[in-house]
Design a protein around this ligand. Structure first.
Ligand code: NI
Length: 180
């Protein structure tokens, strides 16, 4: 398995609209395994293919405490949404920044699994938030798009400062919550 490089905001490749996956073959399953390894290594709870510069509609997630419940959603489609909830979100492509975002409380989803079989599922809680965040990635959208331009400027400055610090051999402040 290979650890992939995660694109960081404001990389324009994060704005790509991902195309549907054609077939669930060995190459795709290898990509899924690489994405899971990348997500776990980065201490993330979700990762969209867009974030590793693969522009296909695929996302992985694991919101379990034990980090032992990997979920795979290929060509995910939201069939319905219910309620609203606001929570602090972070993103592996916006490292070290968290802010409140409003999402649907529960979503009904259709997708294809790692085994190539289609399924439908009702999600709520953290996994529902995570999947909405990741589907946004597949549509070229980031959680900072929901914030004010002033906040986005602050985020860009912070990330630039962190990148400079890393280039100089320093370590930016560690993440205080899991990112998706
Ligand atoms: Ni994200």
């Amino acid at each position: 398995m290979t650890r992939l490089t995660i694109l960081e905001y404001p990389d324009p490749r994060l704005r790509t609209w991902a195309v549907p996956v054609g077939s669930v073959d060995a190459a795709l399953r290898e990509l899924i395994d690489d994405m899971l390894e990348t997500m776990y290594a980065a201490n993330g709870i979700g990762l969209a293919a867009t974030q590793v510069d693969v522009h296909q509609r695929l996302l992985v997630a694991d919101v379990s405490e034990g980090r032992n419940d990997p979920r795979v959603f290929i060509n995910p489609e939201i069939l319905g949404k219910d309620g609203t909830t606001t929570s602090q979100e972070g993103c592996l492509s916006v490292p070290g920044y968290y802010d409140e975002v409003e999402r649907a409380l529960s979503v009904r989803l259709r997708a294809i699994g790692r085994n190539g079989k289609p399924f439908e599922v009702e999600l709520d809680g953290l996994l529902a938030i995570c999947v909405q965040h990741e589907i946004d990635h597949l549509d070229g959208k980031l959680f900072v798009d929901y914030l004010s331009e002033m906040k986005r400027q602050r985020v860009r400055r912070k990330l630039e400062k962190d990148r400079r610090l890393r280039a100089e051999g320093g370590t930016p402040a560690p993440a205080r919550a899991p990112a998706i």
